[in-house]
Design a protein around this ligand. Structure first.
Ligand code: HEM
Ligand code: HEM
Length: 183
């Protein structure tokens, strides 16, 4: 019944949400696969490049998304939703926004500290902001790994919450983030 009254996120927010989600799942999977490959095959090196390009793209899109979000507040959540759930959703969304930056930045600085510049799509060298530093690289490798595990756990929670609203509450929350004709 609330479903008809619920407004949607803007088309820009919806496109950025799903584009970033697909890139994150791709980068995450590639990250696990590539680090599991033995030796230094050309395929492994190619996967590392694709991983970095996808990750940098997430960072750029996250910046766009945050700017858009600051100028376009999302529609209010259903008034029928308990206050604790609204608080939990907002807290989780804030954490996800932080990780949208922290995860790719930790990978970027890990790569620089390891002594490799990042060449976006093999075309543009991105700024080398720190010098090679093996001890820092070791730390950042762990930071990148653990931030990724945190991201995976929070995304799992986020998806479970979305599915609960869709399948159990049937309150139209999911439609807010799905493409479709507006009203
Ligand atoms: C949303 C973006 C990203 C996600 C979801 C992601 C995810 C991951 C994951 C899951 C791993 C495997 C960790 C392990 O098993 O040790 C990994 C490793 C790695 N990532 Fe990322 N990453 C992202 C962005 C980046 C960026 C932007 C860069 C660099 C420009 C980068 C560089 C690396 C490198 C070099 C490794 C290999 C670490 C090792 O040798 O153990 N990542 N990433
Ligand atoms: C890597 C994957 C994902 C990330 C990082 C992510 C992140 C986010 C963030 C940060 C928001 C808050 C948007 C804002 O208020 O500006 C959001 C909203 C939302 N997401 Fe995701 N999401 C991901 C995947 C998914 C998936 C797979 C689903 C569905 C199964 C989903 C469903 C939703 C819904 C329904 C909303 C709107 C919630 C509301 O109305 O307040 N997301 N997501």
């Amino acid at each position: 019944m609330q479903a008809q009254q619920q407004e949607r996120y803007t088309t820009t927010a919806i496109v950025l949400h799903w584009l970033i989600a697909v890139l994150i799942v791709g980068a995450f999977t590639l990250g696990l696969v590539m680090t599991d490959m033995p030796g230094f095959s050309p395929t492994k090196l190619r996967y590392y490049s694709w991983h970095k390009w996808a990750g940098v793209t997430v960072l750029l899109l996250a910046a766009l998304r945050l700017l858009w979000r600051l100028k376009n507040r999302p529609p209010a959540l259903s008034a029928a939703m308990p206050a604790w759930q609204r608080g939990a959703a907002h807290g989780l969304h804030h954490l996800l926004y932080v990780l949208l930056f922290a995860v790719p930045l930790s990978g970027y600085f890990y790569t620089l500290a390891s002594g490799f510049p990042v060449v976006y799509f093999g075309l543009f060298q991105l700024p080398v902001l720190i010098a090679k530093d093996p001890a820092l690289a070791e730390t950042l490798k762990g930071v990148h790994y653990w931030l990724n595990m945190l991201l995976a756990a929070l995304v799992a929670l986020h998806v479970l919450a979305a599915l609960k609203h869709q399948l159990i509450d049937r309150d139209g929350t999911m439609r807010r983030m799905l493409p479709g004709r507006s009203h």
